[in-house]
Design a binder for this molecule. Structure first.
Ligand code: GLN
Length: 398
C-alpha cells in the first residue's frame, strides 16, 4: 500500500472551488434569490431552441469539425465583419469553443508557456489565473479602482516586462461593468505593441451595453496580428448552458488556440452549433431588444440596491453591478455575502474572489470592499430581491 496522499494538482490547489459554484449552492441551500452566478433565469429565443430540436431530429448526433461546424464559423465571421471590424477567414481565423471559459483555457494553454508572464486586471474572471497556473506561467496584476474604474494605464506600463507574453483585456468588464473607451484601449494597444506581446480580448458581453458599442482592441492599428478575441453565444442569446463560444485570431494564433482546444473538448455539441449558426441571422431588432430589456433590468436592480441603502456603481455594459458594503458594518465582503444569502435571502458574489491572494493567502481591504449582483434575471426576480433587500440595515450612511 502506498502512503502517498493524492488530490488536487499543485497548480490548481490555491484556487479551491470556483466562487460561482459555491454561491449557487448556497443560494439553493438557503432558498435565496440568486443574483450571484451570471446566468439568465429566462429562456433564449424560441426559434433558436426550435432550430436545435430540428437539428437533433435530423440526426446531428455525432462529433462535428473540431474548430466548429463550417456554417457556425461562417456565421461568426459574417457577424464580425458586419459590425465593421474586419474580414476574417472562417476556416483559419475562427475557432468555436465549448463556451468562452474553454476559449480562455485554450488561448492561454495554447499560447502561454512556462516562464511567460500574463498581466491580468483585477477584479478578474476567476478562470484566468487558474489557466495561467495550468500553463506554467506567472500572473502579474494591475487593478481597477472605485469609483470610476478607469484602466490603470501607468500601472500596466510598469507591470509589463520582457517576459510578458499576454495582457488579458476584458470589455465590457466583468464585474465592474466598465466599457473601456478608445483612449484607454489605444493606451493598452501602445503598451502591447511596444512589448511585442499578445492580447487576449475577452469580449463575451459585447452585445450588452448601455451607451456606446464597445470597441474591439483587435481593430486598432497593429493589434489584429497580436490579439485573440473571445465572444459568446450564451450571453447574446441567453443560452449560457449551451456552452457555445468562439475565438477570432490570425492563423498563427488560432493554431495555438486549436492545438489546446482539440485536447480539451475536441469539439462542441453538433446540434447546438447548427442552431447557433442560424441564430446569427437575427435581425438588428433582436439585439436592440436584448439591450432594451437589459437596461430595464439594470435600472430595476440599481433602484432596488439604492432602496436598500446601497450606493451601486452604474455599469456601462455587461449584466453586473458592483456595490460597496462598508455601510453595513460587516468584517468583509464574504461576511456580508453570507449574511445576505442566509438572513436576507439574496445571493451575491464577494468580489475578493476576483483578486489574487498574496503568498499568505490574504487579500487587501480594497479587494474585500465590493459585492457583485447579476441582473440577467426576470423583472419579477429582481422585484423579489428588492423586497428581501429591504431587510438590510445600514449602520452608517453610504
Ligand atoms: N461568467 C459568469 C459570471 O461571471 C459565470 C460563469 C461560470 O459560472 N463559470 O458570473
Amino acid at each position: 500500500m502506498s502512503g502517498r496522499v493524492h488530490g488536487i494538482s499543485p497548480a490548481l490547489r490555491p484556487f479551491g472551488e470556483s466562487v460561482f459554484a459555491t454561491v449557487s449552492r448556497l443560494a439553493v441551500q438557503h432558498g435565496a434569490v440568486n443574483l450571484g452566478q451570471g446566468f439568465p433565469d429566462f429562456d433564449g429565443p424560441v426559434e433558436v431552441k426550435d432550430a436545435a430540436k430540428r437539428a437533433i431530429d435530423a440526426g446531428a448526433g455525432q462529433y462535428g469539425r473540431s474548430i466548429g461546424l463550417p456554417e457556425l464559423n461562417r456565421a461568426i465571421a459574417a457577424r464580425w465583419a458586419s459590425l465593421g471590424k474586419f474580414e476574417v477567414d472562417p476556416d483559419t481565423e475562427v475557432t468555436a469553443t465549448h463556451g468562452s471559459t474553454e476559449g480562455i483555457a485554450a488561448a492561454i494553454l495554447g499560447l502561454v508557456g512556462p516562464g511567460d508572464e500574463v498581466v491580468l486586471v483585477e477584479p478578474f474572471y476567476d478562470s484566468y489565473p487558474a489557466c495561467v497556473a495550468l500553463a506554467g506561467g506567472t500572473v502579474r496584476t494591475v487593478r481597477l479602482s472605485a469609483p470610476d474604474f478607469r484602466f490603470p494605464v501607468d500601472a500596466l506600463a510598469r507591470a509589463v516586462t520582457p517576459r510578458t507574453k499576454m495582457i488579458v483585456v476584458n470589455t465590457p468588464h466583468n464585474p465592474t461593468g466598465r466599457v473601456f473607451d478608445r483612449t484607454e484601449l489605444e493606451a493598452i494597444a501602445r503598451i502591447a505593441r511596444a512589448a511585442d506581446c499578445l492580447v487576449l480580448a475577452d469580449e463575451v458581453y459585447d452585445e450588452i451595453w448601455y451607451g456606446e458599442r464597445p470597441l474591439s482592441i483587435a481593430t486598432l492599428p497593429g493589434m489584429r496580428e497580436r490579439t485573440v478575441t473571445l465572444s459568446s453565444f450564451g450571453k447574446t442569446f441567453s443560452l449560457t448552458g449551451w456552452k457555445v463560444g468562439w475565438a477570432v485570431a490570425p492563423p498563427n494564433l488560432s493554431a495555438g488556440v486549436r492545438a489546446a482546444h482539440q485536447f480539451l473538448t475536441f469539439c462542441g455539441a453538433t446540434p447546438l452549433h447548427r442552431a447557433a449558426a442560424d441564430a446569427f441571422g437575427a435581425p438588428a431588432s433582436y439585439y436592440e431588444g436584448l439591450r432594451a430589456d437589459y437596461r430595464a433590468r439594470r435600472d430595476a436592480l440599481i433602484a432596488a440596491l439604492r432602496g436598500a441603502g446601497m450606493a451601486p456603481f452604474v455599469p456601462e455594459g455587461s449584466y453586473f453591478v458592483l456595490a460597496p458594503h462598508a455601510s453595513f458594518g460587516f468584517a468583509d465582503d464574504v461576511a456580508f455575502c453570507m449574511h445576505l444569502v442566509e438572513k436576507v435571502g439574496v445571493a451575491a458574489i464577494p468580489c475578493s474572489a476576483f483578486h489574487l491572494a498574496g503568498t499568505d493567502g490574504r487579500r487587501d481591504a480594497e479587494a474585500h470592499s465590493l459585492v457583485r449582483f447579476a441582473f440577467c434575471k426576470r423583472l419579477e426576480t429582481i422585484a423579489s430581491a428588492a423586497d428581501r433587500l429591504r431587510a438590510l440595515r445600514p449602520v452608517t450612511t453610504p
